[in-house]
Design a protein around this ligand. Structure first.
Ligand code: UFG
Length: 330
C-alpha cells in the first residue's frame, strides 16, 4: 500500500499489551498506519500482528525523540503503563515512575514535535469507592490506590497541557476490560494473570479451584460487582476519539462501560454455561483495595461520539475469552 493511502498515522504506546494489541489490529484492519512503542515489560511481541514495533521505554527521552524524529503521527494512543492495583499498593514507586514520568516524557515529546492529539487509557479506578451508581463523569475522583491516583493525576496533567500547549486529549476511563478478538488469535494475556475472567476460564480448563476474594460485601450475593466491557468496544471508542480530536475536538474524559453490573459469582455461573461444566470455587479473604461495586454511566460518550457497544452481552464476552483460552493462547 502506498503511504498516501493510509487514513491516519498512529503511534500506539503499549501496543503489545492486552488492549493495545487489539487496537493495533483494528487500526490496521481500518487501513491506518501504525507504529507500536513498547518496552515489552508486560506486553508480548507475538501479540503485535502486522505492525512495526520499536522496543524501548517512555522513561528514555532520547529514545522517544528518535521515534518522533523518524515518523509522522496524526494521533498518539497511549496504553503503556503499569496496571495492577495490588502491585501499586506495595510498589507505588513503580507506578509513579512508569505512569507519571513516562506520560510526562511522552507529552513533552508531543509538544516538541507538534503533535496535538492524544487518546489516553484512564481507568474507573480514578473514582475510588463510588458515592452513587452508575458512575458518570461528574462523580468526584477519590482514588484509593496508587494506580488509580497515577491515572487521576495524569488526567489533571492532560488538562494543564491542553490549556498551555494545545495538546488536546480524550481520557477513556475503562471499567473492566474483557473478551478477545473474534477470530481467537489474540486475547487477554498477562503474566502473572490476576483478572477474573481469564482466571475462571483457566480454572475450568485445568480443573483447578478458583478463589473468590470475599463473599461478605454489601451486595446481593456478597461478592463484588463489576461492569465488564469488551476489548473491541474499547477499541471502537479509541477510533471515535481519535477522529474527534483530529477534527478539532476539545480535551475531555469519558467513562467507558456497558452499564451492567455482574457479581463475581454471576460471572462464574455464566462461565460454567459457556464451558459447559461446573467450576470448583472456594471463598478466600477480601483483596485489599477492591471497591464493592463499579458500574459505569457511559451516556456522555454515546451522545457525544455516537459510541455504540457491540458486544455488551456477557455470554458473548466470556465466549470470546473462552475461544481464545482453548484455541489460541500461546
Ligand atoms: N476476583 C476474584 N478472584 C480472583 C480475581 C478477581 O474474586 O482470582 C474478583 C476481584 O476481587 C474483583 C473482580 O473479581 O471483585 C474483578 O477483578 P479483576 O482483577 O478482574 O479486575 P479489577 O476490578 O480489580 O480491576 C480492573 C482492572 C484495573 C482497573 C479496575 C477498575 O484490572 O486496571 O478494573 O475498573 F483499575
Amino acid at each position: 500500500m502506498r503511504k498516501e493511502d493510509y487514513k491516519i498515522k498512529v503511534l500506539v504506546t503499549g501496543g503489545a499489551g492486552y488492549i493495545g494489541s487489539h487496537m493495533v489490529r483494528m487500526l490496521i484492519e481500518h487501513k491506518n498506519s501504525v507504529v507500536v512503542l513498547d518496552d515489552l515489560s508486560t506486553g508480548f511481541q507475538k501479540s503485535v500482528l502486522g505492525a512495526n514495533i520499536v522496543i524501548g521505554s517512555l522513561c528514555d527521552k532520547e529514545f522517544l525523540d528518535s521515534v518522533f524524529a523518524a515518523n509522522e503521527f496524526d494521533v498518539v494512543m497511549h496504553f503503556a503503563g503499569a496496571s495492577l492495583v495490588s502491585e501499586s499498593v506495595i510498589n507505588p514507586a513503580k507506578y509513579y515512575s512508569n505512569n507519571l514520568i513516562g506520560t510526562i516524557n511522552l507529552l513533552n515529546a508531543l509538544n516538541k514535535f507538534e503533535i496535538s492529539n492524544l487518546v489516553f487509557s484512564s481507568s474507573a479506578s480514578v473514582f475510588g469507592i463510588p458515592n452513587y451508581l452508575p458512575i458518570d463523569e461528574r462523580h468526584v475522583q477519590a482514588p484509593i490506590n496508587p494506580y488509580g491516583r497515577s491515572k487521576s493525576i495524569i488526567e489533571s496533567i492532560l488538562n494543564d497541557y491542553s490549556i498551555a500547549y494545545g495538546i488536546r486529549s480524550v481520557s477513556l476511563r475503562y471499567f473492566n476490560a474483557a473478551g478477545a478478538s473474534l477470530d481467537g488469535k489474540i486475547g487477554e494475556l498477562h503474566d502473572p494473570e490476576t483478572h477474573l475472567i481469564p482466571l475462571v476460564l483457566q480454572a475450568a480448563k485445568h480443573d483447578q479451584e478458583f478463589i473468590i476474594f470475599g463473599d461478605d460485601y454489601d451486595t446481593a450475593d456478597g461478592t463484588c460487582i463489576r461492569d465488564y466491557i469488551h476489548v473491541l468496544d474499547i477499541c471502537d471508542a479509541h477510533l471515535l476519539s481519535a477522529n474527534y480530536l483530529i477534527s478539532g475536538g476539545e480535551t475531555c474524559s469519558y467513562n467507558l462501560g456497558n452499564g451492567n453490573g455482574y457479581s463475581t459469582k454471576q460471572i462464574v455461573k455464566v462461565a460454567e454455561a459457556v464451558v459447559r461444566k461446573k467450576i470448583k470455587i472456594n471463598i478466600g479473604p477480601r483483596r485489599h483495595g477492591d471497591p464493592p461495586v463499579l458500574i459505569s454511566n457511559s451516556n456522555k460518550i454515546k451522545n457525544d461520539l455516537a459510541w455504540v457497544p457491540k458486544f455488551f452481552n456477557i455470554e458473548d464476552i466470556i465466549n470470546h475469552a473462552w475461544a481464545w483460552e482453548i484455541n489460541s493462547r500461546f
